[in-house]
Ligand binder design. Structure first.
Ligand SMILES: Nc1ncnc2c1ncn2[C@@H]1O[C@H](COP(=O)(O)OP(=O)(O)OP(=O)(O)O)[C@@H](O)[C@H]1O
Ligand SMILES: [Mg+2]
Length: 259
């Protein structure tokens, strides 16, 4: 019979498996982030691409019928051009999107970050969900040093959560940016306010926990807010949620001027 000279090092095994779990979790979190962005991009690109396809097919049909005036041709070209520009703007907002762990910081402005996130959802919100998006972006904000794409990902997560909280009813989402005065810790804020279901006491306590979701299976991983909090904490910022006095909820992010 073989005897063991030393007992196995249980403590290091535990650390090993915790490490493996953490690695797997952070991989899943990155994937969930990609999923959110990919789904939005795919959805938003669908409209301009459908317009381009339909317009080309109309043009072919009318050319075959010898029925295409120069005026009509110009109109069709204009529609294709507009849709192609829209597609380019959507893909542009994904530029440099990084899934790597390290922050990629640069001098930027908070408003274009929020506008990029809105760009990815606005068509879907208006068309499919009948949600009105109102913006109140404070003009001429001073520069901020942050990871543009990560902050955009947070804004996108908050917008999609707001959409889901509104559900089938007609909704309004208000997006605001502002400069925070007289505070040593934070310099900028942005908020996403909806008139949806609001947050129950039970959810309020668990919102930011990984895998906490009240959405039907297949509709939410429960990682959106935990990733968002992670990103904001990497920026030494703060993310909070409150129920509105009348209806719905507001998520507020506060960021320092530089990481
Ligand atoms: N604006 C909101 N209004 C009401 N409840 C919200 C709102 N945002 C988040 N929640 C609640 O918090 C839960 C967790 O949100 P989180 O973004 O982390 O995950 P998810 O949206 O369920 O899934 P995922 O973001 O991974 O697709 C949601 O399932 C929902 O119950
Ligand atoms: Mg979410």
């Amino acid at each position: 019979m073989q005897t063991m000279a030393y007992p196995p090092d249980v403590s290091s095994m535990r650390i090993d498996s915790v490490q493996r779990f953490n690695d797997a979790l952070s991989h899943t979190q990155r994937m969930a982030g990609i999923g959110t962005i990919t789904a939005s991009v795919a959805h938003e690109l669908n409209t301009p691409i459908s317009i381009i396809i339909a317009t080309c097919s109309n043009m072919k049909y009318e050319i075959e019928d010898n029925n295409l005036s120069a005026e009509q041709l110009l109109r069709y070209i204009g529609m294709i051009e507009q849709s192609a520009w829209r597609s380019a703007r959507i893909t542009e907002s994904l530029r440099n999107y990084s899934t790597d762990g390290a922050l990629e910081t640069a001098v930027t402005d908070l408003n274009p970050i929020i506008e990029d996130a809105l760009q990815l959802v606005q068509q879907q919100f208006q068309g499919e969900f009948n949600i009105r998006v109102e913006t109140d972006l404070q003009p001429k904000l001073k520069s901020i040093i942050c990871d543009h794409n990560r902050i955009m990902q947070v804004a996108l997560n908050l917008l999609i959560n707001a959409r889901d909280a509104i559900g089938a009813g007609d909704g309004v989402i208000r997006v605001r940016t502002w400069a925070i005065e007289d505070d040593d810790q934070f310099a900028f804020g942005f908020s996403v306010c909806d008139n949806g279901s609001g947050i129950s006491d039970e959810s309020m306590a668990q919102l930011f926990n990984a895998f906490y979701t009240t959405k039907p299976s297949g509709h939410g991983t429960g990682l959106g807010l935990s990733i968002s909090r992670q990103i904001i904490e990497q920026h030494n910022g703060e993310i909070t949620a409150v129920n509105n006095p009348d209806k719905g909820a507001t998520f507020t992010v506060k960021l320092p001027a530089m990481v």
